[in-house]
Design a protein around this ligand. Sequence first.
Ligand code: FRU
Length: 489
Amino acid sequence: MNKHLLNKARVFEAMQEMQISEQERPAFHVTGTTGWINDPNGFSYYKNEYHLFYQYHPYSMQWGPMHWGHMKSSDLIKWERLPIAMAPDELYDRDGCFSGSALELKDGRQLLMYTGVEKKRTEAGEEKEYQTQCIAYGDGINYEKAQENPVIGKSELPEGASEMDFRDPKIWCENEKFYVVTVNRIENGAVLLHESEDLVHWKYCGILDSSQGELGSMWECPDFFPLDGKQILMVSPMEMKINGEDFHVGNGTVCSIGSYDKQTYQFKKESQHLIDYGIDFYAPQTMETPDKRRVMIAWMQAWSTSGFVPEGAKYFGQMTVPRELSVKNGRLYQNPVRELEKYRKEKVTYSNVEICKPTTLKGIEGRILDMTVELLDVNQFHDFTIRVASDGEYYTLIKYDSEKGILWVDRSNSGFLHDIVHARSITVKPMNNMLKLRILLDRFSMEIFINDGEKAASFCIYTPQNADGIIFDSDGEARINIEKYSLME
Ligand code: FRU
């Protein structure tokens, strides 16, 4: 294999990394070493460590021919940078190594499965990107693409399936057999299932679910796994239509909860909802930890706003905090991985504080923190607000409208001067007359976990770091409990 492109990219990123100080990055959210990142890839456990790869264009702040960037961690919070794992250096992937997944093999090797992209002329003479599924084997640092690549292509596709929109393999192993889900434009976005005994020869098993025009025009980044007695199918649809409070227009992420018959390959949906209600969340991928927790990570960015790179940025794109998943009341619950709690310090608590005018509280401030606010007796006011990352000029607003039962999150005043979507409204239901918000701030982002993880919402905020105030207010007599920790530093 010609390693020229890979070596060039490795040297380039190592040089750039030295120019970026720790303070210019989030404290506990993954960023690329330099340049642009998008989807998390190959989120997995290998030789007693967590591995995370990502869609990566090291050479600019824009998307370009995709490489796989690479990091590892012992606790999902502190990550160590590793050299780039793959570059687009073969004929079948020369226009990009697109998203995929990873697996520890019995023989001790780490398997990467990804989409190879190659621009070719169609019979009509048009240039199009053809997508196939490919594999590579490695030792946790260096990877060799298989000679048999591509391993899934036209001949393993059902009639009517697209060869141009066919990507994002998520692989798993069960009873000595390998299974992979991919997405295809057939039926306006579908999840296909293939199985194999040797990773090289794959048999098409069927379509697990499809949009049929109901949920976007094409799906991306599938994941399929059992959880709490149910089967979960996650996809990121493109060009979704608006549907009430739940589905906003454009790219989204959807979780379907149902059951799966492994003999007949039938997935039966019981319920379906958005995975994250914020602005910046796409292409989530999950893995199972050694203690059997299902953990999800996603690109904390939206495609629609990804052209707006903050001035002076030395890298672009970050991942969400890894989140533990569970199923309750027909919904996917998500909470930051418990490992984050190890990094909590300087606990500050308040109980039963009355809020009836703009209020700041001693010790409640900061930009790298984990804060839970319990809003008691939600019928004692109409609006309750929290302004975070605030300094009089800048702030990001979280407003609970108790009459409408809506949480309104707005980053219009966060310092981002582009005319793009800045706000979302989220339907919330108090639990026993109480609303619980866990807010994670980390330099350039805010993630909110509502009512013990029933809903989550992620937002990038590029507010100057000295805007670190937090202001509570209400138009009635709100009462709150607070538990706040600084994180890391
Ligand atoms: C999703 C996606 C994937 C593709 C990758 C390319 O964000 O479009 O479908 O594999 O990004 O970078």
